[in-house]
Design a binder for this molecule. Structure first.
Ligand SMILES: C[S@@+](CC[C@H](N)C(=O)[O-])C[C@H]1O[C@@H](n2cnc3c(N)ncnc32)[C@H](O)[C@@H]1O
Length: 327
């Protein structure tokens, strides 16, 4: 049994059944769709910058709507849609129930509570059968939607569908978990004697070159690729090494410190630019001292050994954010 329940055959019915179950078990907790909550906050901020100022936006597979609320702050109007009714019901509750909104935000917004502006709606729909006219949206966002389609042909179909509903000058912010991202993450973890990351039975991870050529065939170009190397290296390599043999907890202060520092220094190259030693021994350490002081001694013992290893964490991110627009 994995963190994602008993593994079933990866097909459309079982995957939808999985999400219905998750919505019932976790519905009013935003971790229903991603346990690594600080990563969600990092990714959401990146997507917000991509869609800022757009008029009509669609957030496909919005889950229980937590990130959609942040997207709503920076666009004229946004529709969040998901194919699981219970997810959509939770999302709608954010808009109609202030007590619920405040309860979730007190725990999960980390002083970055979204402001509701009356421009968000949620509805039920399937990415493979969307009820939207061609050229309807100035921007589309999807986070880990395609990986829930169990066959490559279905992923290609979804890419075609999104391409059709975008306006000619539209933009698609697509956050996914990729095969190549996982491979690089696993290589780096193994070089530190850590096991590879768990792969979820209900996900078909995106093949990056295949995705790029399918997007091109659908009339879209990949304009930018963002990887979250600093956050993932800190939280999936350094943090596990510090707490071993325990598993790190996603909501630990360590991950919050990683979120804070990754907003300024998101990639390996940005860390190199400011100085790798300075980053680990000075900047991150000082944030850790505030967010998770109990881990400071172990961190201080571990990091000098790691810095001796000719450290390079390029590509250390199973999560990848693609920015696409029509050719
Ligand atoms: C990994 S979650 C991501 C949710 C949300 N984007 C977020 O970041 O929290 C995947 C979501 O996709 C939805 N989903 C999966 N397949 C879908 C489909 N074919 N059409 C619409 N929603 C789908 C699931 O119900 C689930 O809420």
């Amino acid at each position: 049994m994995s963190r994602q329940g008993v593994a079933l055959e990866r097909n459309l019915d079982n995957i939808k059944g999985f999400w219905k179950h998750e919505a019932r078990e976790w519905g009013d907790d935003p971790r229903v769709t991603i346990r690594d909550h600080y990563f969600r906050l990092l990714e959401t901020r990146s997507i917000t910058e991509i869609i800022r100022g757009r008029r009509k936006v669609l957030d496909i597979a919005c889950g229980s709507g937590f990130s959609t609320l942040y997207f709503g702050e920076v666009v004229d109007e946004i529709t969040g849609m998901d194919y699981v009714d219970d997810m959509v019901t939770c999302a709608q509750r954010f808009l109609s129930d202030t007590v619920y909104f405040n309860k979730v935000m007190d725990r999960f917004a980390c002083n970055e509570r979204p402001k509701l502006r009356g421009n968000i709606r949620f509805e039920t729909a399937d990415i493979l059968d969307m009820p939207y006219a061609p050229g309807s949206f100035d921007a589309v966002t999807t986070s880990r939607a395609l990986i829930n389609l169990p066959k490559w042909e279905l992923q290609v179909k979804a890419i075609d569908r999104v391409a059709k509903i975008l306006k000619p000058k539209g933009v698609w912010a697509l956050a996914e978990v990729t095969q190549q991202g996982h491979e690089q993450m696993d290589r780096i973890r193994q070089s530190f004697q850590l096991p590879i990351l768990e792969k979820y039975w209900h996900n078909l991870y995106i093949d990056e070159p295949g995705f790029q050529s399918a997007a091109k065939k659908a009339g879209l170009a990949v304009r930018q690729i963002q990887r979250f190397e600093t956050y993932q290296f800190l939280t999936k390599v350094i943090h596990p090494l510090i707490v071993a043999p325990r598993e790190p907890k996603f909501l630990d202060g360590f991950n919050k410190a990683a979120l804070t520092v990754s907003r300024l220094h998101p990639t390996y190259q940005s860390v190199v630019k400011m100085g790798v030693d300075k980053f680990f021994l000075d900047i991150f350490k000082s944030i850790l001292a505030i967010e998770d002081p109990g881990k400071l001694d172990d961190y201080a013992r571990l990091v000098p050994k790691i810095l001796k290893k000719n450290l390079d964490f390029t590509g250390c991110s199973h999560q990848v954010l693609f920015v696409l627009s029509p050719l």
